[in-house]
Design a protein around this ligand. Structure first.
Ligand code: SF4
Ligand SMILES: [Zn+2]
Length: 318
């Protein structure tokens, strides 16, 4: 279904429509939890995920609401270490850790390189340390952190979409070539790579959206990503809510998310995960939502396709 042309966007316009940030303490991670994920060798592992509190990401993508739990000022030296000292003991035992910082691990204003040795010491038990970073902030400086780790460094890069036109309108300030070059560079430098792609970005809907998301997964794998996480685009950051009301953005459907999960897995090029946080909101039928999400969760863990749990409730269609 075609969507109406949407307005041009820039950092100021996106920020102007935001609500207030949540008050955060620089010495406390804003969340941490355990999750399970299938490893590259097919073992289901417990992963400790820490959502670090730090200085806000400077890129201001149109769809992103991660700024809510961030600081306006540079993160004080030692703060990330304090956050990990509190969170990690509560997550053990795990063998893989995600240190996600709502932005870029190698942004020195977000995470001070002076803290790297203490961070590496705190995660020396980890087989894999996964961090997120923007392709344009990925360069030789990263190798200093890689070399401090006992385990492997895996970098999660947001490709978002391989559709160059849509990507150029997200304020991501990156091209598909930037992603491609960075993923290859990381693999050449003994790092693992995962990619984030989005389903339901403004400007794409229905079959076209599914098709581009699968092409984006293919693009990520071709560049060397070993895992791809599909994120359903969500409203909630101000501008996206406006756009939803104005018809410039339609949240994706849960059955479309299942479709890209299946088609991504069928590529047999690497692990494909879908982000199921609060995914029930995308279901057409509230009664069937939890079993549909459960099927997708099982697909995440087994990396095996399962049929869509069709809804046959009265007055529902999928
Ligand atoms: S680069 Fe990542 S964290 Fe930064 S605004 Fe974009 S999506 Fe959000
Ligand atoms: Zn139903």
């Amino acid at each position: 279904m075609p969507v109406s042309p949407r307005p041009a966007v820039n950092t100021a316009a996106i920020r102007a429509r935001r609500g207030p940030k949540v008050a955060v303490d620089p010495r406390r991670a804003y969340a941490f939890f355990r999750e399970r994920e299938r490893s590259a060798v097919g073992v289901i592992e417990d992963i400790g995920t820490v959502l670090l509190t730090n200085r806000e990401c400077p890129f201001t993508c149109v769809f992103c609401d991660l700024w809510r739990h961030t600081l306006d000022e540079p993160t004080p030296r030692g703060a990330i270490v304090a956050q990990l000292e509190e969170a990690l003991p509560q997550l053990m035992p795990v063998s893989v850790v995600k240190l996600y910082n709502a932005g870029n691990f190698f942004d020195p204003q977000a995470i001070s390189p002076g803290d790297w040795p203490a961070i590496a010491e705190l995660v020396k038990w980890a087989r894999v340390v996964i961090v997120e970073n923007h392709p344009r902030l990925t360069d030789d400086r990263l190798l200093g952190f890689r070399d401090l780790l006992s385990g492997r460094l895996e970098v999660a890069l947001g490709l978002e979409t391989a559709n160059e036109n849509i990507l150029s309108r997200l304020n991501k300030q990156m091209t598909v070539a930037d992603f491609d070059r960075t993923a290859r560079w990381l693999r050449d430098h003994d790092c693992d790579v995962r990619a984030f792609v989005q389903l339901g970005l403004p400007g794409l809907t229905g079959d076209e959206d599914v098709e581009w998301t699968v092409r984006s997964i293919e693009t990520a794998f071709s560049a060397g990503a070993q895992a791809v996480s599909i994120i359903p685009t969500r409203a909630g950051n101000g501008l996206m809510d406006d756009w939803q009301q104005q018809g410039h953005f339609t949240p994706p459907r849960l059955d479309s998310l299942h479709m890209v999960q299946q088609q991504g897995m069928a590529l047999r090029a690497g692990r494909v995960f879908v982000d199921l946080w609060n995914a029930e909101q995308f279901a057409s039928c509230p009664t069937c939502a939890s079993r549909q999400v459960l099927a997708m969760h099982d697909m995440n863990l087994t990396q095996t396709s399962l049929p869509w749990p069709t809804c046959s409730c009265p007055n529902q269609s999928v």
